[in-house]
Design a protein around this ligand. Structure first.
Ligand code: SF4
Length: 152
């Protein structure tokens, strides 16, 4: 929903903080999560994540979330699913060349990144190509696993 997406970009700083708190909480719960089993938890986590992020960001549940780096604008809403900046077709008014009724995702990402501290820095992180095998899986659990074992 466009209104929720725009709100999320306007509140990128607060949402970024909230996400850091959630991550810290999940890190504390990590021993318990491991006992239950990440594999077993993936489906319920992915479902909750899909509801929350679907509402706030029109998330496409790619399973490899970049919201923290893209000013809380989901790059998977770009019709070309570009994850490292805009194509050359952004219109003069900031709208998308494929969907003229939509503001380019990267214009939104830029706006959101101005609200983060320090501004723009995270936006410069190069994103890996989308791994289609992760679609529909929990990126929260994946982020935790990567924090624990960066090579996983
Ligand atoms: S104009 Fe922006 S949203 Fe549209 S295809 Fe290009 S990068 Fe993606």
């Amino acid at each position: 929903m466009k209104a929720a997406r725009d709100w999320s970009v306007r509140h990128a700083k607060g949402l970024h903080r909230l996400y850091a708190m959630l991550e810290s909480l999940l890190m504390l719960l990590d021993p318990l999560l491991r006992r239950i089993g990440y594999q077993r938890l993936d489906k319920p986590f992915a479902r909750i994540e899909g509801w929350v992020k679907g509402f706030l960001f029109d998330s496409q549940s790619c399973g490899q979330c970049t919201l923290g780096e893209t000013g809380m604008a989901c790059p998977m809403n770009c019709p070309k699913t570009l994850r490292n900046g805009p194509c050359g077709g952004v219109r003069q008014n900031g709208c998308c060349e494929v969907k003229p009724e939509m503001t380019c995702v990267w214009v939104k990402a830029w706006e959101g990144s101005q609200r983060l501290d320090p501004p723009e820095q995270a936006l410069q992180i190069i994103q890996m190509p989308v791994d289609a095998r992760l679609k529909g899986r929990s990126s929260w659990l994946r982020a935790l696993r990567l924090r624990r074992e960066p090579s996983a």
